[in-house]
Design a protein around this ligand. Structure first.
Ligand code: ZN
Length: 153
C-alpha cells in the first residue's frame, strides 16, 4: 500500500514538475549528468543576501526518478536557507544510502517517496543527481558569502 502511494508521489512530480524552467538571473547554477542512465539535471538558484534561497529552477531530461527527484528538490529547497538546504542534502543522501530511516527524517517530506530507490543500487545516482547539483550551488554560495565577510573593512 505505502509503496503504491510513494509511486504516486514520484509519478505526480514527474508528470507535473514543480520548478521546471530557466532562471536567467541565477546566483549559482550547475549541470550534472548520470551517464549510466542518460539523465541530465541542471539546477539554478537565486539567493538573497541573508542566505535564503528565493528560487530554485531545474532543467534537463532523463528517467522518472531523476526528474521527479529534481522537482521534489526544487519544491523542498525554495524559501530555505543555505544551511538548511545543506542539511536536507545530507539527510537525503543518508536516506538513499540506507544510513537513516524515513521515520527519522520528516523534513524530507515528498523526498521520502524515493526511499525505495536504496534497494536498487543502479538507480541511486538517478535519485541523487539533483541534490548533488544543489549541494554544489549551495557550497559555492556559502563560500562566496564567507569571502565577502572576510573582505569587509
Ligand atoms: Zn535515471
Amino acid at each position: 500500500m505505502i509503496e503504491d502511494l510513494y509511486q504516486e508521489v514520484i509519478l505526480d512530480h514527474f508528470k507535473n514538475p514543480r520548478g521546471r524552467g530557466e532562471l536567467p538571473e541565477a546566483d549559482s547554477s550547475m549541470v550534472v549528468y548520470n551517464p549510466l542512465c542518460g539523465d541530465k539535471v541542471g539546477v539554478a538558484v537565486r539567493a538573497a543576501d541573508d542566505g535564503v534561497v528565493q528560487e530554485v529552477k531545474f532543467s534537463g531530461q532523463g528517467c522518472s526518478i531523476s526528474q521527479a527527484s529534481a522537482s521534489i528538490m526544487s519544491e523542498l529547497c525554495t524559501g530555505k536557507s543555505l544551511v538548511e538546504i545543506r542539511a536536507l542534502h545530507d539527510d537525503f543522501l543518508a536516506l538513499i544510502k540506507g544510513n537513516k530511516l524515513a521515520s527519522d527524517l520528516p523534513n524530507l517530506s515528498d523526498a521520502l517517496a524515493l526511499e525505495g530507490v536504496k534497494r536498487f543500487p543502479a538507480r541511486v545516482r538517478c535519485a541523487v543527481l539533483a541534490w548533488e547539483a544543489i549541494g554544489k550551488c549551495v557550497d559555492e554560495l556559502i563560500e562566496r558569502q564567507q569571502g565577502e565577510a572576510e573582505s569587509l573593512p
